[in-house]
Design a protein around this ligand. Structure first.
Ligand code: AMP
Ligand code: GLY
Length: 436
């Protein structure tokens, strides 16, 4: 079958890499893709939010399955657009419809969903400009730090964690009354702060059954020690050492299964990935961790995909097709027991101002790691050049986390451009936990 993959990040390069290992993938198109995805198929200059142009391309190129990488087209209703069109409805779409995508598109929707189906999450309430005073009163009942979340998509910036009560109140006002995050903050979720270790769990579902993909941990802030501003993600590792079988069973029983039941009860025919952003909260009496949901995403994570997908030994095109057609229960998912470690290299200045167009050297000198491009393109002379904040990541698979990290850092050292930056401490927190 011909497959169309939407997106242009490291996540899409890793998905493209696995899809094209499948005998079921005849031709892969990536829209818009990057310089790395071009090695796996044909990049197509389409706007991922222009549904009619995507539909026209899909028909003209005999696309059998479309895989949606990022959330924006899903929240915008691309799946409904295909299902409701007489000419597009036979094309399989991996990714939920607009209502299913509300799990990511609206924090208030997600929180209400979790509350209704008894899924462990931080205690919360949501407020609008009309209920600002009640919002202040709710903040008075909480202890710091205070967690304020813009309801809608805010490019990963819509969550504020504030220690001071007066500042929290004034930020609540900024969000609700002064539209700090535009429309996205016309509603705000205020919730209890959870203390623990963050990690990511992933399921793929056909709406009836599901398969768990390997879990991962990502590193969100720009500087070592998890300092500085939030980024799209500076690296990832999979598996996560403290997520033992007991913990994973809790995740499935307390979170994944009730989520699928909730989707069914609401009549949401969900075909796609569910990404559970979790806080593993230690129970000081038992020494075990309990999982709480911090957020849902309706897609794979980036850069988690770059360490999760290389560990999938099964045919990924076949797996995704089965999720589209409702035959996931017939699939067997084989996982590589090796540890994957991914180090993201970013442009100097990211996540604030950074340059584009710098020539990237040394990619050809990497032999022991996988290279996934994020913000890259080719210039007129055929050089790879930077074209985004997150530029390239390297992923290594090895029998242990220290070995995988060593390989990735050695590979990363071969790749250079003006201003290149990377964290030096990916995975170090887990290594410290392992020796405890
Ligand atoms: P989100 O966009 O919902 O993933 O939130 C961004 C980040 O804020 C998360 O990755 C967490 O680090 C942090 N965060 C969100 N909610 C909470 C919470 N209830 N308790 C502690 N940290 C949180
Ligand atoms: N790595 C976090 C995300 O993809 O949202």
């Amino acid at each position: 079958m011909n497959i169309l993959l939407l997106g242009s990040g490291g996540r899409e390069h890793a998905i493209a890499y696995k899809l094209t290992q499948s005998a079921h993938c005849e031709h892969l198109y990536i829209a818009p893709g990057n310089a790395g995805t071009a090695a796996h198929g044909t990049n197509v200059a389409l706007d991922i939010n222009n549904f009619s142009a995507i539909g026209e391309f899909a028909i003209n190129n005999n696309i059998a399955m479309m895989v949606v990488g990022p959330e924006a087209p899903l929240v915008g209703g691309i799946t409904d657009f295909f299902r409701n069109s007489p000419t597009l409805r036979n094309i399989m779409v991996l990714g939920p419809d607009r209502e299913g995508a509300q799990l990511e598109g609206s924090k208030a929707y997600a929180k209400q969903f979790m509350q209704q189906y008894g899924i462990p999450t931080a205690r919360y309430r949501s407020f609008t400009a009309d209920t600002l005073e009640q919002g202040y009163a709710f903040l008075d009942t909480l202890t710091p730090p205070y967690v304020l979340k813009a309801d809608g998509l805010a490019a990963g910036k819509g969550v504020l964690i504030i220690n001071d009560l007066d500042e929290a109140k004034s930020e609540l006002r900024n969000m609700l009354v002064d539209a700090k995050f535009g429309n996205a903050s016309s509603k705000v979720v205020i919730e209890e702060y959870l203390t623990g270790i963050e990690m990511s769990a992933f399921a793929i579902t056909d709406g009836k059954s599901y398969k768990m993909l390997p879990e991962a941990k990502d590193y969100k802030r720009i500087f070592d020690g998890d300092k500085g501003p939030n980024t799209g993600g500076m690296g990832s590792v999979s598996p996560v050492c403290f997520a033992d079988q007991t913990f994973k069973d809790k995740v499935e029983q307390r979170i994944v299964q009730p989520t699928i039941r909730g989707l069914q009860e609401r009549g949401i025919d969900y075909h796609g990935f569910i990404f559970f952003g979790l806080m593993a909260v230690p129970d000081h009496e038992t020494g075990q961790y309990d999982p709480y949901v911090i957020e849902y995403n309706v897609r794979m994570g980036d850069p988690e995909t770059e360490s999760v997908f290389p560990r999938l030994l099964s045919d990924v095109a076949e797996l995704l097709r089965a999720a589209c057609t409702g035959e996931l229960d017939k699939q067997q998912l084989l996982i590589d027991p090796h540890t994957a470690a991914c180090v993201m290299m970013v442009a100097g200045g990211y996540p604030d101002h950074y340059d584009k167009g710098d020539i990237i050297y040394g990619i050809e000198n990497v032999s022991n790691s996988l290279i996934f491009h994020a913000g890259t393109k080719r210039d007129g002379q055929g050089h790879y050049v930077t074209n985004g904040g997150r530029v390239i990541c390297v992923t290594s698979l090895a029998p242990s986390l220290p070995e995988a990290l060593l390989e990735s850092y050695q590979s990363a050292a071969h790749i250079q451009w003006r201003g290149k930056f990377q964290r030096r401490d990916i995975g170090q927190d887990l290594l410290r936990l392992m020796v405890q």
